[in-house]
Ligand binder design. Sequence first.
Ligand code: HGA
Length: 220
Amino acid sequence: MCGIVGAVAGRNVQGILLEGLRRLEYRGYDSAGMAVLDESGSLERRRAVGKVAALAERLGQSALPGSVGIAHTRWATHGKPSEANAHPHQSGDRLAVVHNGIIENFEALKADLQASGYVFESETDTEVIAHLLDRESVAQGDLQAAVQRVLARLDGAYALGVMHAAEPDVVIGARKGSPLVVGVGIEEVFLASDPLALLQVTDRFIYLEEGDVVRLSRGE
Ligand code: HGA
């Protein structure tokens, strides 16, 4: 079982996300990654195979400043442990996704996306979610609505965190078959697989229920 941490805040979230991942290490994992939207609204990502400490080292060499971000520890189910398979997964350079769980119908979805011209960079089932979202949000321009349309096409289990440079103050979360909790701070909100990951920043939680989709925006 792997872990998700997300944050929409008015301060730099790299340290919060990294500490959240450290607190989820007990769940077991083989790689870790993080993506943030920086002040200029561009999406930046770092990933590393092995321990969260390896990701921390990577961030020490090249920091990810930004006040909105998502992070992940992966326990591979589809594709070997590798940097290319580590989350977050992107479609283009504006959209990032982290996922716990398994997408059972990913092969059919992948074939459909490849037929539309999408090129896959990983062996994961998760990458189909990124490209499906890209196709939906490019077509319609509303990230939450795009997530809801994509979820209707997924068979399997998931907890998700999604962000897009077009909505730079927003993280969307969704849950079916994997746990996900919202942490409520003062003018900032967080997402995690386990409240333990967020006790450093808040003690107020909203536990998502099966089928819930949540839109986190600054202070809301
Ligand atoms: N299926 C995804 C996520 C794996 C997961 O949830 N692990 O516990 C992958 O293989 O990347």
